[in-house]
Design a protein around this ligand. Structure first.
Ligand SMILES: C[S@@+](CC[C@H](N)C(=O)[O-])C[C@H]1O[C@@H](n2cnc3c(N)ncnc32)[C@H](O)[C@@H]1O
Length: 445
């Protein structure tokens, strides 16, 4: 776009009417004047607004034919709007919905699921939504930057490529936030480089923080005063630290307590051993609910396959009640899983398979050995694997999904191959965003 025209637009406030919400839950508006100046059709997007509202807003950024605005004033507000409860809302890029009451948000999150159900001949039961609380996120990634000696750590801003520093966050678990706050105040004391960007991931395990520094192409010694840093990390309740240089990980366990509490099953306390920077379900309460609903869905099975098993959030409890086959493409996660399965002694046999399921799904022959299939794929779903599942004789499929679009795509394949959905449990692990996790039980008719 012509920069002068953009400059002309960007300095001003515009009165916009929100016509509808897009698939991220952001308000979409139209304004003839802007289209006239730009001389092409562009979508105007205003996060933090609701359909029907009239607002004053300033443009902040254009990304792929979309012009994003920041609200200056709400002129006519929706009755469900509430006062936002975080100063960094719509700045830090974490939450999308702190401007709206909870009932509206729950209905909004369930809309796609309910619409899908309405279109089906055989309806399914939508169980009550489980809601994770504030201060419950057990994993988080932060961006860090040191520029001419000035250090910043925080989230990447919603629309500008800059770091938003935080003192408080209502989403993060308080112990995780405490580690973050220590990084904010002291980490710069241990950094050698003067101009540098890197990432930090913190997973909160049972006894403390499991921290991964992603240093890109640099070595630990080039970036940090390593001895001092390690002492500091121990003092702030970090139980293991790992440094990633390109694809190489150097791991420093401070003790052998890097286990993750999966809760009790039949009176037995279970643990998993996620690898450094490994996948954890977003909240502990969400994780407990996923386990509970998966186990109830496969009740009575004598052998279950857990596809996309990771380090065993689901496989470990499953193995307490049935023989288990566990499959994932991540070797480090599977090493953690192996450790976890041995640690949580069980009478049931297990098998671990290292396989890329998106390229090479588990075939019908092996699937026919089990009574139930559990799958918890990444965001892009499990298209090829579902195509193999429908060729098998298995009667129960439990699909744990974090992306309704790919779930719907995959569900349609199951539904057109003699399956029906018995029930769906919505589990909200990402409050104040448009994400929703679901556990769905499919049974063969
Ligand atoms: C949403 S996580 C679920 C992990 C596990 N169920 C849990 O709750 O801890 C998705 C998992 O899919 C695995 N994954 C991603 N791509 C894969 C692929 N192409 N083949 C097999 N596994 C894959 C990841 O390693 C990750 O463990």
């Amino acid at each position: 776009m012509n920069t002068n025209k953009y400059d002309e637009i960007i300095k001003k406030n515009y009165r916009l009417k929100i016509t509808h919400l897009n698939d991220k839950g952001y308000g979409v508006a139209s304004n003839l004047l802007i289209n006239k100046i730009i001389k092409k059709k562009i979508v105007l997007i205003v996060p933090g607004t609701l359909a029907g509202e009239i607002i004053l807003a300033k443009p902040i950024k254009i990304i792929n034919e979309k012009m994003f605005f920041r609200i200056s004033k709400v002129l006519t507000s929706d009755q469900n709007r509430k006062k936002q409860d975080c100063k960094k809302f719509l700045i830090c890029g974490g939450c999308d919905f702190r401007h709206i009451n909870e009932l509206w948000l729950q209905n909004y999150k369930l809309m796609d699921l309910n619409d899908f159900n309405k279109k089906l001949k055989i309806k399914f039961q939508v169980l009550p939504i489980f809601q994770s609380n504030n201060y419950s996120r057990q994993r988080a990634s932060f961006a860090c930057e040191i520029k001419n000696g000035v250090f910043k750590v925080g989230f990447i801003s919603m629309f500008k490529n800059q770091i938003v520093e935080l003192n408080e966050c209502k989403t993060l678990n308080r112990s995780l936030l405490k580690i973050f706050q220590s990084f904010k105040s002291k980490l710069s004391n241990f950094i050698i480089k003067k101009n540098f960007k890197f990432k930090i991931q913190i997973n909160l395990l049972q006894k403390g923080g499991d921290v991964l520094f992603d240093l890109h192409s640099f070595s630990t010694e080039e970036v940090f005063y390593i001895d001092e840093l390690l002492n500091f990390l121990i003092s702030i309740n970090v139980i293991r630290v790992s440094f990633k240089q390109n694809n190489h990980l150097s791991i420093f366990p401070f003790n052998n307590e890097h286990k993750h509490d999966l809760g009790k099953l039949n009176g037995i306390q279970l643990y998993s051993f996620p690898q450094p920077g490994g996948f954890l379900q977003a909240t502990k309460s969400g994780e407990r609910n996923i386990i509970k609903y998966v186990l109830s869905a496969v009740k009575g099975s004598t052998k279950v396959i857990d596809l996309f098993c990771g380090s065993g959030t689901i496989s470990i409890p499953l193995n307490q009640i049935t023989k288990t086959i566990c499959v994932d493409s991540n070797k480090a996660a599977l090493e953690g899983l192996n450790k976890g399965l041995k640690f949580n002694t069980s009478k049931h046999k297990y098998e671990i398979i290292h396989q890329d399921l998106l390229k090479k799904p588990i075939e019908k022959k092996l699937l026919n050995e089990v009574d139930s299939i559990v799958l918890n794929p990444p965001f892009k779903g499990a298209k090829n694997q579902i195509n193999e599942i429908v060729k098998s004789d298995v009667n129960i499929v439990v699909y744990v999904s974090c992306n309704f679009k790919t779930f719907e795509r995959d569900a349609k394949v199951l539904l057109s191959n003699d399956f029906m959905i018995a029930w769906v449990k919505p589990i909200d692990q990402f409050p104040y965003t448009n994400h929703l996790e679901i556990v769905a039980k499919f049974v063969k008719i």
